[in-house]
Design a protein around this ligand. Structure first.
Ligand code: GLC
Length: 793
């Protein structure tokens, strides 16, 4: 079933049926002032931390309630509804709504009983409050008398857990006031050091009633769908003292036929003075449209740095808007806050963040650089990464994962084997995109002590693995590799990390040669060859690579096993790293296709673990076909697509894209459940009774892996040190397609012809009328604006 559609031109997704099978969310603002909102206006807001700076409530794991509600009541006939379909939930035969989720804003248009409302929610650029602007119009033929009730439920503590569980304390710390068109809530009023303020105010109209006490507003034994004050048509002018706070502001509106009026509600963590200043900024509500334009310009100009027109709308929507936007959201928000992440993670996961950076490099390498510096400064001087980089990370002064105090503070014991190795693909992408190779000489501190150039940091990351090699000459798996659930320990070995290290050596050799350090390159080359030999000798099994070896030399991912016989990542990473020989690549990738592919994506391995589990295979804790236990983990789908493009299989790469693209499920949303415009963390696979159902929306490394596979793999846009390589790998039935790409300050309009219907291979390349040998356009050939013709086949 379909609940909405993509509006590519406006970069929006439109939800036309509000009864979506899960809350379909959007992100407003940034973690400086963050707001999450569903198509039914459910969600929450916070300042700086979802867990420690939360000012409005949301009931996790429940009914997408409460949220930012504006109730509308007809003062003559007593009927009432809400500007979003929920919470009142009128019959959808009579209530029509379209929710526009856009880049940094959500606009919900609703029509009911000849009244049209349009409620726009956003956080203005660089501001720390949110705006809800409602336009209300009388589309009927008789005058109407309406009351609008803006509603928000405040937390009683900035700390979300305290607000939820420590009621014998938090209930007695807050109270509300009403002053000049706004409700003010104060927590810890008598202790200035602890005090905090929130406000909910109205601009553009006079307030005719208010409630600051939630239970009075809702009334006894009622829910958000039928609050007593709304039903009465008049707020009780209540204030909270020792119960639960809310902000409710009533505004009465008379409308002649055809007449439209507008009001704005403002919400944030300000005390009276600051709140009044915010309100006065909205004296003239014309400022709202201006602020909305600013947001669109900000986001669209970023996204427009790479745009494609291909025969697939699905792909166009993903590359041009939604996958790209999700990359930015994941990059900016990390795993901070969603409808699954409650905000409790007090920092940035090392591997997640270094991977997230990759997803935005082609659109904003400067933004990427800042984060990359931070992550390099979270590398320990022994070369490993801190599993969690705290928001208040203090380079040069952090403990290390060996240190009990660090473990106590972060809850993250021990090193992961993969963390620092993610730097290699990310750093090289940054260097090739920006051309800023001086970055390799930049001096950055280690997290615990000392400092080094970026180049030395990379070398040290190699050393970390080299210092931790196992019996088969491959890196050990430590507390986890990419797979959080695989605990191979200090002696068991991980093929995933082996392939990462393989790739890392190659990147390092590239950089060393570029910096004219032949001895370093030779050092890495020798080690690469040794690793290669060991992989070939121990890890190849006729037609597949194994996943690892445990301390007691049990082979994980062997065809001989009963469970988890074949794994996806070792096959795709063998190709990505270049370790697979061409015949191995073909055999292994075919085996994946035959054994792991499903209509909803490709499983992490098969069959699921049911007998073999702890202490090594922690994924056995999950139900079969779920998450890391043979679910369709989404992140590896990007690696799979990219690997297929590397061996020239455009048809298959595209098939894999269609399998995992959220947009492919737009008309089967009742199966997938999650937003059809964003990737989730995983999809249930074939041993689940709910095959095809996706989970954990928005904040997932999938955004970046799939984006990279589309941009570099399928579209074949591959920045290099001295230019831009164009080497698409596409379905054979694509005859023509085009792209617009910014690269090092130049604009390239690229038109590709594939009249012979090949999957890969550029035969001619012409830039501004001049033919170039090969498929690399040197920077020297680029003007400010360029016409590029590419012929495949
Ligand atoms: C989750 C984690 C990520 C990990 C993956 C596989 O997505 O955020 O760090 O690599 O699971 O276990």
């Amino acid at each position: 079933m379909q609940y909405g559609y993509f509006d590519e031109k406006n970069k929006e997704y439109l939800i036309t049926k509000p009864n979506t099978p899960a809350p379909w969310a959007n992100y407003l603002g940034s973690p400086e002032y963050g707001a999450i909102i569903s198509g039914n206006a459910g969600g929450y807001s916070f300042v700086k931390s979802g867990a420690n700076g939360r000012h409005i409530r949301y009931h996790f794991n429940s009914k997408d309630e409460p949220g930012r509600y504006i109730y509308v009541r007809d003062l003559e006939n007593g009927d009432y509804w809400s500007g979003s379909w929920q919470p009142v939930g009128k019959d959808l035969e009579q209530y029509k709504s379209v929710c526009h989720h856009g880049t940094g804003y959500t606009n919900i248009v609703a029509e009911y009983d000849s009244i049209r409302t349009e409620t726009l929610y956003y956080v203005p650029m660089n501001k720390t409050y949110e705006v809800w602007r409602m336009k209300v119009r009388n589309d009927g033929s008789k005058p109407r008398k309406l009351a609008l009730f803006g509603f928000v439920e405040f937390t009683n503590s900035n700390n979300y857990e305290q607000d939820t569980v420590n009621l014998q304390y938090t209930l007695f710390t807050s109270r509300t006031y009403y002053k000049n068109n706004k409700i003010l809530q104060v927590i810890n009023e008598n202790t200035p050091e602890e005090q905090s303020w929130r406000f909910f105010g109205a601009a553009g109209a006079e307030v005719t009633g208010y409630d600051g006490d939630r239970d009075t507003f809702l009334g006894d034994y009622r829910g958000y769908g039928n609050p007593a004050s709304v039903e009465n048509g008049q707020c009780a002018n209540s204030l909270n003292y020792n119960t639960n706070s809310c902000g409710v502001l009533q505004i009465n509106v008379d409308l002649q036929p055809g007449e439209e009026k507008e009001v704005a509600f403002l919400l944030g963590q300000y005390e009276e003075q600051g709140a009044s200043e915010v309100l006065s900024h909205y004296k003239d509500l014309a400022v709202v449209d201006k602020e909305l334009e600013e947001l669109k310009t900000f986001w669209h100009s970023k996204l427009n740095r790479f745009q494609v027109q291909t025969p697939s709308d699905n792909l166009n929507n993903m590359i041009n808007t939604w996958n790209a936007y999700q990359c930015f959201i994941t990059f900016i928000w990390s795993r901070a806050a969603s409808f699954q992440y409650c905000g409790l993670r007090n920092g940035l996961g090392y591997r997640d963040t270094v991977q997230d950076i990759q997803g935005i490099i082609h659109l904003d390498h400067e933004m990427a650089l800042e984060r990359l510096r931070l992550m390099i400064s979270a590398q320990v001087s022994n070369g490993g990464g801190l599993p969690l980089v705290k928001f208040d990370h203090n380079p040069g002064h952090e403990g290390t994962p060996d240190d009990p105090e660090y473990v106590r503070e972060t809850g993250h014991p021990h090193y992961r084997a993969d963390d620092a190795l993610w730097l290699f693909p990310t750093v090289i992408k940054y260097l090739n995109e920006s051309g800023n190779w001086d970055f390799t000489d930049e001096v950055i501190p280690y997290s615990d002590r000392g400092e080094a150039t970026v180049y030395e940091h990379l070398r040290q990351a190699l050393q970390f693995s080299l210092d931790r090699m196992g019996a088969h000459g491959m890196p050990v798996g430590l507390h986890a590799d990419w797979n959080d659930c695989l605990r191979l320990g200090a002696k068991g070995e991980s093929l995933f990390v082996a392939f990462q290290l393989y790739m890392a050596f190659k990147v390092f050799i590239d950089i060393a040669q570029n910096k004219n350090k032949p001895e370093d390159a030779a050092w890495a080359q020798t080690l690469l060859e040794e690793l290669d030999e060991n992989i070939q000798k121990h890890a190849w099994e006729k037609d597949q690579f194994v996943r690892g070896f445990t301390e007691d030399n049990y082979t994980i991912g062997s065809w001989e096993n009963d469970e988890a016989k074949i794994w996806l990542n070792p096959q795709s990473w063998a190709v990505l790293s270049g370790a697979a020989r061409p015949d191995q690549a073909k055999l292994a990738m075919d085996k994946v296709y035959e054994n792991l592919r499903t209509d909803y994506g490709t499983m992490l391995f098969y069959p699921p673990f049911r007998k073999y589990g702890l202490p090594v295979a922690l994924m056995a804790l999950f139900n079969a076909s779920t998450k890391e236990n043979a679910g369709i983990f989404s992140q590896p789908q990007g690696w799979l697509i990219l690997a297929e493009t590397m061996i020239g299989n455009g048809d298959r790469a595209f098939e894999y894209f269609l399998d995992c693209s959220p947009a492919s499920m737009n008309d089967k949303a009742e199966i997938r459940k999650l937003e059809p415009y964003v990737h989730g963390q995983f999809v249930e696979s074939k041993d689940s009774p709910y095959q095809g159902r996706a989970h954990v929306h928005w904040l997932t490394g999938t955004a970046s892996t799939v984006m990279v596979s589309l941009v570099e793999g399928i579209m074949g846009i591959q920045p290099q040190f001295d230019g831009l390589r164009i080497n698409p790998c596409v379905p054979s039935d694509w005859k023509t397609f085009s792209m617009v790409r910014e690269f090092r300050g130049k604009k390239l309009n690229i038109q590709v012809e594939n009249q012979n219907g090949v999957e890969k291979g550029v035969s001619r390349l012409i830039i501004n009328g001049k033919e170039i040998q090969g498929n690399l356009i040197p920077v020297a050939e680029m003007k400010d604006d360029n016409q590029v013709q590419v012929f495949m086949g």
